[in-house]
Design a protein around this ligand. Structure first.
Ligand code: 8YV
Length: 316
């Protein structure tokens, strides 16, 4: 039987995960308010062996430092940038995430943002709702989406699924990774800026975290240029948001389709004012089916760790 209290829930999670944590594991729950948190940690920090959290919430360095017996962080989500991965590695703390099960949903979201930002479907929908079709006539022409050159920044599981979808639209796929991916026919570029210069649209699909912070900076946006479009389904921090807003406001970029932001749920007012920007509230993986699969995989990782100290989908 599982000892009482070794599992700590951090932040809100999928109902299946929360219910199971309570009923099956009698999990502790980290209080949201800071002062309650201190008192809680004084009482319970020494009991915690496994933390379960979303990848965005994670376990930061400070919290990790307060949990002397922490062995594993089980993330609900493929990203785990909320956790200090370097600190975890230094302390021998293992981590799991939920890859594969959300690949299709996130790739669908990237495709939708790509189509929407080029063809302006959301903006056209607003135009109809405002009654403007009847008062001002036809909606302005937009930009063709099929058969374009699209760059994938981060040709991993999700990047490849995006490339597959765009290939069906007759798009020519280019990509940048730290190294070329063996056996991939798409054209490789040695830097994000070189990739951006070669394409009509750039789709960001790299993992978040310190290695990819502001990878898409002002120089990359300028390389994409005034006819270029940016789609981001990765993490807001991968894009220099200030530079993005400036490029969009000054017409140095044609448009952006965003599912992620630097300080979610805050979306800069400057972005909300722009008609050539599609804004989603981080819904990349947010289907009933995908979230259920993520929840089940999260619980499999937790059970596996508590049973024999292995993880089903460990982070490398
Ligand atoms: C979130 C995501 O984790 O998987 C990821 O990396 O960004 C999402 O699926 C989701 O919001 C759960 O919190």
């Amino acid at each position: 039987t599982v000892p009482q209290g070794p599992v700590l829930q951090i932040g809100a999670l999928h109902p299946l995960v929360e219910d199971t944590l309570t009923t099956e594991f009698s999990a502790l729950r980290l209080p949201a308010a800071r002062r309650d948190r201190e008192e809680f940690l004084d009482r319970h920090a020494g009991e915690v062996r496994v933390a379960v959290c979303s990848g965005r919430t994670g376990v930061d360095r400070e919290l990790m430092g307060r949990l002397p017996r922490l062995e594993a962080v089980v993330h609900f989500g493929v990203g785990y940038d909320g956790t200090d991965a370097a600190e975890a590695a230094a302390r021998g703390i293992r981590m799991s995430n939920t890859p594969d099960v959300l690949t299709d949903a996130v790739a669908d979201t990237a495709l939708a943002l790509y189509l929407d930002v080029l063809r302006r479907f959301s903006a056209a929908d607003r135009f109809v709702r405002r009654g403007e079709w009847e008062t001002t006539g036809n909606y302005p022409l937009t930009v063709h989406a099929s058969g374009r050159r699209v760059g994938i920044l981060g040709l991993g599981r999700i990047g490849r699924a995006v490339a597959h979808r765009l290939t069906a639209l007759g798009c020519e796929i280019h990509y940048h990774n730290r190294r070329p991916v063996p056996g991939v026919g798409h054209r490789y570029h040695g830097s994000p800026a070189e990739l951006a210069a070669a394409v009509d649209a750039l789709v960001v699909a790299v993992p978040g975290g310190p290695d990819s912070a502001a990878l898409v900076d002002a120089a990359v946006l300028d390389a994409l240029g005034p006819q270029g479009f940016l789609v981001n389904v990765a993490r807001g921090a991968v894009v220099d948001e200030t530079a993005l807003v400036a490029a969009l406001e000054e017409g140095r970029l044609a448009g952006a389709g965003l599912d992620v932001y630097r300080a979610e749920p805050h979306v800069p007012a400057a972005l909300r004012r722009l008609e050539n920007v599609v804004l989603l509230p981080h819904v990349g993986s947010a289907t009933v089916q995908t979230r259920r699969a993520m929840a089940e995989l999260t619980l499999r990782n937790l059970r596996s760790w508590l049973a024999d100290g292995t993880l089903v989908t460990p982070v490398a």
